[in-house]
Design a protein around this ligand. Structure first.
Ligand code: NAD
Length: 292
């Protein structure tokens, strides 16, 4: 039976280290890292995510400001709020909570965020950084997946990685990041024919499709590492991932539970990126180059 990867424990350890680093940074520079989160509209799940991010910031000693805009907000109004945060030197990280109301063009909004403050890593420049292997900010969920693999001392180089899901926020960047670590990567998506023929070849299977029970035991190689990014709410209220946990755990060598696997790592990496942004801004103000 697989080792169950304890995302809560890994996240707790990383956040304790971050608290120490932030306190040391504040003592040395007088600067407290600050994240500005922009929330448009009243989507209940988005509100919960934003509240969780704000609390996580406070818990590690960062400042967090949430700017709430009505769902009716226009593109120029939203862009001017982003511009103000870009210009505010006390703000180190800026995040626009997705999804946006349908009338707002998501690319134009993300591209307005200063690259140096783009702690979600969704700006096209930061996406390009992933492609060429010169990363400024890695997107938080894929970064969390990579950190979990590293924390579990799972080798990546030379391994067959199959990523199920090809979204811009999870699937594609996960594939790029693990390819950068010298994995052999295959990306599957909703149009993939015979998903199982790909997943069965995976040494590391990362699943981010948003489909409960998409991955069943016969689709998984014996001894594979299974990372379940999916978060699905069933009609009975239970939260499950995309992997049939009870059957796949008998075949895998490692598996992440849902909840308690990748989820806690995502916000942790957001905190990490915000500290990196704060350090870089201080280095820039002092005219020194930030160590990468
Ligand atoms: P998305 O809907 O944007 O993308 C889903 C991807 O899965 C698409 O590429 C689609 O082609 C593919 N897909 C859908 N059905 C499939 C099928 N039957 N077979 C193969 N591929 C299929 O979703 P997303 O934003 O990438 O999120 C994916 C899942 O991860 C969701 O459940 C989401 O809630 C979860 N998520 C979790 C975290 C976290 O912190 N743990 C963060 C972001 C997203």
């Amino acid at each position: 039976s697989a080792r169950i990867i304890d995302g809560v424990g890994h996240a707790r350890r990383l956040r304790a280290d971050l608290s120490t680093d932030i306190a040391e940074f504040l003592a040395r520079t007088g600067v407290q890292p600050k994240l500005t989160v922009i929330l448009v509209g009243t989507d209940a799940a988005s509100r919960l995510y934003v509240a969780n991010k704000a609390r996580a910031c406070r818990d590690v000693g960062m400042q967090s400001v949430t700017i709430e805009l009505p769902a009716s907000c226009t593109l120029p109004e939203l862009l001017s709020v982003i511009d103000a945060a870009n210009e505010d030197t006390t703000v180190h990280g800026i995040l626009v909570q997705l999804p946006l109301p349908a009338h707002l063009p998501v690319r134009a909004v993300l591209e307005r965020i200063s690259v140096a403050k783009d702690v979600d890593g969704f700006h096209m420049y930061n996406v390009g950084g992933l492609v060429v292997g010169s990363t400024v900010f890695s997107p938080c969920t894929p970064f969390g997946v990579q950190k979990l693999l590293e924390a579990e001392q799972i080798p990546i180089a030379g391994q067959n990685v199959v990523v199920v899901g090809a979204s811009n926020i999870v699937g594609k960047p996960t594939a790029l990041m693990l390819m950068q670590k010298d994995a052999t990567v295959c990306i599957c998506h909703a149009k993939t024919r015979d998903l199982a023929q790909f997943t069965i070849a995976a040494d590391i299977l990362v699943v981010a499709a948003g489909r409960p029970n998409l991955i069943l035991a016969p689709m998984v190689k014996t001894g594979a590492v299974v990372i379940d990014v999916g978060i699905n709410r069933l009609p009975d209220g239970r939260i499950v991932g995309d992997v049939d946990f009870e059957s796949v755990r008998l075949k895998a060598s490692h598996i992440t539970p849902v909840p308690g696997g990748v989820g806690p790592m995502t916000i942790t990496m957001l905190l990490h990126n915000t500290l990196v942004a704060a350090r870089a801004s201080v280095d820039e103000a002092q005219g020194t180059k930030a160590p990468q």
